[in-house]
Design a protein around this ligand. Structure first.
Ligand code: AMP
Length: 448
């Protein structure tokens, strides 16, 4: 029988809130972390967003705050003379995450009397000052604005009981290390510290080592759950071969709901244009598209009207489409987490899924990082030898001509026939053909 939230021994007020959210069973990070945090231990949590990590710290922290004696109100800072001191500080790298984390504390703590406030830059500081003046039990903050407010005397961290560093790897990427150190210098040495990071490079390990005292470690890399279920492969190829390879793969009718990721909006548009020229129904979603266009594209993809949806990472965030048969990394992301997010779009709800990555030039280094994170080497597939190669990256409005092998010089039209483009309407559907296919018109797609 699987563990339930009741088994974790959380306070009734918190269990009630959990039940109201509809969660039944704790996720692995929650099952692993909650008992340690309840026991007052420091924690090193290796988990990324999406694993349920917020509740993994918010729930037991609220439980601890219910049980620990509150610090006395004796504030030396004039601005805070009558305010209760902050008991828990959560540092996050982005305002979006800060808002989400604060929201979670409010949700899980709704049957308690704890106050929660969130602090980040880029907005007026007045409402944040006001909240601090009233007194805040749980403060969720981005480092820069927190330091500003601290230096102006609005924040009292002298009685902190629990300190959380969330998404530590991203914090370091964003250059927050000095701010973090300044903040840590202001909090009591005797405290409980929870440290979360999706990855654990040496720098992060060193930071964790300096902050944590005899920590317990709970690791739920997404690898085990999602990534292992997905068939992954890579193709090593030149940039010019990417679009032809995509068309070649799409000649297989089993590729019927295909999500393609590109790095840029422009790149997404270009891929779509070239697919459409080859009569492969496709649409792009990215930040430059109107909300209506995006909704329509997603609907058409969902219903099967279009086979291929080309997306930028931001546009694909939160995209929940069942039965995506294949994910294509047209460009390899430079963050391993992004790779995991992307390929997690297939293989949903226990279904099998496939993901292929097109790796060219500097993307090899990105692939290495990915393989390190997912702790396995992704199998390499051979690029078909009869694949037409484009002479130059395909421009949106210029048909490309090229053919490799069989004597056709690279970068020249193969027998004058466009690899794909507006002029081959009568040609077999996918547009790529062995020279021997020419004029054959088999109608069932290109070279395999
Ligand atoms: P997080 O990793 O904290 O960003 O959480 C990812 C998502 O999982 C959020 O939308 C949570 O609301 C949801 N979630 C967290 N814990 C559970 C749970 N035990 N059961 C179901 N969903 C959960």
């Amino acid at each position: 029988m699987s563990l339930s939230f009741v088994d974790l021994g959380l306070a009734p007020n918190l269990l009630k809130a959990v039940q109201e959210t509809g969660y039944v069973n704790p996720t692995p990070i929650q099952a692993g972390a909650i008992p340690h945090v309840l026991a007052g231990k420091d924690l090193l949590g290796i988990a990324q967003t999406g694993t349920g990590k917020t509740a993994a710290f918010a729930l037991p922290i609220l439980d601890r705050l219910l049980r620990l004696p509150p610090p006395r109100v004796n504030n030396p800072r004039p601005a805070l003379a009558r305010a209760k001191p902050t008991r828990c500080l959560v540092l996050t790298p982005t305002r979006e995450l800060a808002l989400q984390v604060a929201e979670s504390f409010k949700t899980y703590g709704k049957h308690t009397s704890f106050s929660v406030a969130v602090i980040f830059g880029g907005v007026g500081q007045r409402p944040q000052e006001d909240a601090l003046r009233r007194g805040v039990d749980v403060l969720v903050a981005c480092p820069g604005r927190l330091l500003d407010l601290f230096n102006q005397g609005f924040v009292d961290l002298s009685a902190l009981q629990v300190f959380v560093l969330d998404e530590a790897d991203r914090m370091l990427d964003m250059g927050f290390i000095h701010d973090i150190k300044k903040i840590v210098a202001q909090i009591p040495r005797l405290r409980q510290t929870l440290f979360f990071s999706a990855t654990m490079p040496g720098e992060i390990r060193a930071l964790a080592g300096g902050l944590l005292h005899q920590p317990e470690t709970v690791s739920v890399t997404p690898v085990s759950s999602t990534v292992d279920r997905i068939d992954q492969a890579v193709y090593h190829l030149s940039v010019n071969a990417k679009q032809p390879l995509l068309h070649h793969l799409l000649a297989d009718p089993a590729w019927n709901k295909v999500l393609v990721f590109t790095r840029t909006k422009h790149g997404a548009d270009r891929v779509v244009k070239n697919l459409l020229r080859d009569d492969i129904q496709a649409a792009a979603i990215h930040g430059n598209k109107s909300q209506n266009a995006r909704v329509k594209a997603i609907e058409d993809f969902r219903s099967g009207k279009i086979r291929v949806l080309v997306a930028s990472d931001i546009a694909a965030r939160g995209l929940d489409i069942d039965a995506v048969t294949h994910v294509v990394n047209f460009e390899v992301p430079n963050e391993p987490e992004t790779y995991v997010h992307r390929i997690g779009r297939t293989g949903r709800a226990g279904a099998a899924g496939s993901a292929v990555s097109f790796v060219a030039g500097e993307e090899r280094a990105y692939l290495k990082d990915i393989e390190r994170m997912i702790r396995k080497n992704v199998p390499v597939l051979n690029v078909p030898t009869n694949l037409p190669v484009l002479a130059a990256p395909v421009e949106p409005d210029r048909p490309a001509f090229a053919h490799r092998g069989r004597g056709a010089p690279q970068g020249r039209p193969a027998g004058g026939r466009p690899a794909f483009g507006g002029t081959n309407r009568g040609a077999p559907r996918h547009g790529f053909h062995k020279r021997s296919d020419r004029g054959g018109g088999s109608g069932n797609g290109g070279a395999r």
